[in-house]
Design a protein. Structure first.
Length: 220
């Protein structure tokens, strides 16, 4: 390990385009944390299941297909990316087809169960690679994956501000529909967990959000 200071786990949850990725990346730079975007994990699994011809309504068939997926992690800079059978996802997981189907696959219990321990194991990956902590973003990080995280934040912003962010990224993404599906699914729905710090970034710049969270992390 590079240092003897306490290893810190930070959970960042929020709806689609709520600024989780840019904020988490900024914080990972500031604190030498490993940044883990679990949305990219669900996107990658969705991509591979679609390639295998799977349908989100066929849970048993999905469970069989998942048995053939061997997971690994590739670290680039401070970002962790999932590997599935040595395939490393790229821009293909941000396509319109994936935007439209990822919430359906993410609601399948076998898919969530498949990624559960893998997500928790990222803390070990971070420690083994001499990071000073882990910052993990998603929908259920502070509620299910790391309910005992040292810090838990929930980001929100007005729908219009979030839609504008996606448009400026050149993305076709029905974020209101994804949020509806993600918040109403039976298993691990998108929620602001009790005890998490809620941050509304509608009128804040990225730097302001990063500063706000950094101050809270440093205050402890
Ligand atoms: O963060 P994102 O928008 O790239 O996430 C894509 C989808 O993945 C999101 O609509 C729901 C699912 N997801 C999830 O169910 N649980 C997580 N922890 C992260 C993402």
């Amino acid at each position: 390990m590079a240092s003897s200071q306490k290893f810190i786990i930070v959970a960042i949850d929020g709806g689609a385009a709520s600024g989780k990725s840019s904020t988490s990346r900024g914080l990972s730079e500031r604190f030498n944390f490993l940044h883990v975007d679990t949305g990219s994990f669900y996107r990658a699994v969705t991509y591979q299941l679609r390639q295998a011809g799977e349908n989100p309504a066929e849970a048993a068939s999905i469970a069989q297909a998942l048995k053939t997926f061997k997971l690994g992690t590739l670290i680039t800079g401070r970002d962790a990316m999932i590997k599935i059978n040595d395939w490393v996802p790229g821009d293909e997981i941000r396509s319109q087809e994936i935007n439209e189907s990822v919430s359906l696959f993410a609601a399948v219990p076998a898919v969530r169960g498949f990624l559960l321990d893998y997500q928790r194991d990222q803390a070990t990956v971070a420690r083994e690679n001499s990071f000073d902590g882990l910052i993990m973003e998603g929908r259920d990080i502070g509620s299910i994956i790391f309910p005992d995280a040292d810090h838990r934040f929930f980001l929100q912003a007005d729908l219009e501000a979030r839609a504008q962010r996606r448009i400026s990224e050149g993305q076709n993404d029905k974020i209101a529909e994804r949020d509806r599906l993600d918040s109403t699914r039976k298993i691990s729905p998108l929620v602001c967990p009790a005890g998490a710090t809620l941050i509304d970034s509608t009128y804040l710049s990225l730097d302001e959000v990063v500063d706000l969270i950094a101050k809270k992390i440093q205050a402890d």
